[in-house]
Write a protein that binds this ligand. Structure first.
Ligand SMILES: [Zn+2]
Length: 147
């Protein structure tokens, strides 16, 4: 069964993550890559874009691909660069998508991304039970993450 294989892969990618770090984490911020619906983009791609913008590394700690695979971005022990004023004590998660073909904000989460996000947030809650989950747009003037 294709669906079961897919779920197993997502479970494996989330299980493999090490979420421990010395930073105090009380916030998780959800982002999108603001790339068109259906275009697959990797953590390596975003890292390259962010380095070109002068960041020290990819700004997000985790990236959720179209197929639900969770990739590690910036090491969780290091302060991210994803939500001005909230980076020091938060974890930044980016799902790939969030825009239509004309780059207008849109919820493009695939079923696999929804499953992966739910599993990742559950795992984060297990390690940081006090962490609050917010969408980027709840903290800044932005349409991100499009839902
Ligand atoms: Zn964002």
């Amino acid at each position: 069964m294709e669906v079961i294989d897919c779920d197993k892969r997502i479970v494996a990618s989330v299980d493999a993550l090490d979420l421990s770090c010395k930073r105090k984490i009380d916030l998780v911020v959800l982002h999108c890559s603001a790339t068109p619906d259906g275009r697959d983009v990797s953590a390596a791609d975003i890292r390259r874009w962010h380095l070109e913008r002068g960041f020290a590394d990819i700004g997000y700690h985790f990236v959720v691909r179209l197929d639900g695979t969770v990739e590690v971005g910036r090491a969780i022990g290091r302060t991210g660069a994803h939500c001005k004023g909230y980076n020091r004590h938060s974890i930044g998660i980016c799902y790939i998508g969030g825009a239509d073909a004309l780059l207008r904000s849109k919820d493009t989460r695939t079923p696999q991304q929804k499953l992966a996000l739910a599993m990742l947030l559950e795992k984060i809650r297990g390690v940081y039970p006090d962490a609050v989950v917010k969408k980027h747009k709840e903290l800044s003037a932005t349409d991100c993450p499009g839902f």
